[in-house]
Design a binder for this molecule. Structure first.
Ligand code: SF4
Length: 383
């Protein structure tokens, strides 16, 4: 079952803390669950099942999960990625239990941070408390973008809610926050004293109040990428147009203007795509018409049904004409079928290489080293 979301959700905090009206603006648009989000929900359910089973078997925990229903992963990739996360959690649980048998371990813990952000609640994937140290671990099943735990408002809100729930029993001094992205081989951790976490929480109160009221000024930025209002947001549209219209030279763009356009390229592309998708969906689902546009049938390719094979054979056409040679699967597809990256590496690692990528422009913050080019043939001597 998908998790319920607060208006001031922890996952949206990186957005509503910067653009306070966004939380209420998003409410005007349906939250269409993507196949990736649904896959993530199933991965979390599988992780919860494995961890609960471990706790029941190892620590004889007699809690509400006694009637545990098995959860089956979608495929081997999910099985291996989630098990990586679960193994890491088990390591941490065992370490905490070694410190004190009174260590508190909770899976999928419902937490509440409404004292700082109105009606704020969420679910911490894994909580371990031992000897004044509380650790909150968040599983991210996606493999789109790496997400760091450092200065991350989402995991800080989970940690805040967890701290508020347990501090009166465990006298928590240190708060550790980890994000595990097994499909990107990434584990990042941030650590704060309880005082620093509470000081940060104080700084959240004012923007959270504005966000809850739908007040404040819209501020566009990278946080717009997953905003449900982005296709209709006036501020984003104005900023995109201003960014391109900023170019001063009437005829030619100068170098810094081209750099400026490169800066906004990804955001502009994803924003334009969001507007186009929204307009198309409205037209297809509700018959909406847009000035100057009509809905038409898109281009399609001819298809052939399997019965044609026998007809062609009956006409004396050989199988070498009808069928293609079998083709080897691509690395990603093969990796899934072989049970994940580690298993594939063990089986055929020596046959896998990575050719140099096509040159691309990246910002100076990008971790890849700059390409060294041989430009000796690129310029004429007399230029
Ligand atoms: S698209 Fe960006 S600027 Fe507009 S509401 Fe969403 S977060 Fe704010």
């Amino acid at each position: 079952m998908p998790r319920a979301h607060a208006v001031l959700s922890a996952s949206g905090a990186y957005r509503w803390l910067v653009c306070t009206p966004s939380a209420r603006m998003e409410e005007q648009f349906k939250d269409e669950s993507s196949s990736y989000a649904e896959e993530g929900t199933r991965a979390h359910a599988y992780a919860e099942y494995l961890l609960t089973e471990f706790l029941l078997n190892t620590w004889n925990r007699d809690d509400e999960h006694t009637n545990l229903h098995p959860v089956i992963p979608d495929n081997e990739e999910m099985d291996s990625a989630v098990r990586e996360y679960v193994d890491l959690c088990i390591e941490k649980i065992n370490a905490a239990k070694a410190i004190t048998s009174a260590a508190q371990v909770v899976v999928e813990d419902r937490i509440d941070y409404s004292e700082y952000a109105p009606e704020g609640f969420g679910t911490a994937d894994m909580v371990i408390i031992a000897d004044g140290v509380m650790e909150v671990i968040d599983l991210k099943y996606g493999k789109g973008k790496p997400v760091s735990a450092v200065d991350n408002p989402q995991i800080r809100l989970y940690a805040l809610g967890t701290y508020l729930k347990y501090d009166y029993v465990y006298d928590i001094k240190t708060v550790r926050m980890s994000i595990v992205q097994p499909r990107l081989n990434s584990v990042t951790t941030d650590e704060l004293s309880a005082e620093d976490l509470l000081a940060w929480a104080e700084s959240v109160k004012e923007p959270a109040k504005l966000a809850y009221e739908g007040a404040g000024e819209c501020v566009s930025g990278p946080h717009c990428d997953f905003c449900r209002a982005r296709h209709a947001c006036r501020k984003l549209a104005e900023d995109m147009q201003a960014a391109i219209g900023d170019c001063k030279d009437p005829k030619l763009l100068n170098d810094s203007e081209i750099s400026h356009i490169l800066d906004i390229y990804s955001r502009a592309k994803s924003w334009l795509e969001a507007v186009r998708e929204y307009a198309l969906k409205q037209a297809v689902d509700y018959g909406k018409t847009w000035p100057g546009y009509k809905l038409v049938e898109g281009r399609s390719n001819r298809v052939i049904d399997a019965a044609a094979i026998e007809t062609l054979r009956g006409l004396g056409i050989g199988d070498e004409v009808i069928f293609k040679e079998p083709k080897m699967r691509g690395v990603t597809e093969l990796q899934k079928l072989l049970g994940g990256a580690k298993k594939m590496e063990a089986m055929i690692g020596q046959h896998i290489s990575k050719p140099p990528g096509v040159p691309t422009l990246a910002t100076l913050e990008d971790k890849r080293p700059p390409l060294e080019l041989d430009l000796t043939d690129s310029f004429d001597d007399d230029i």
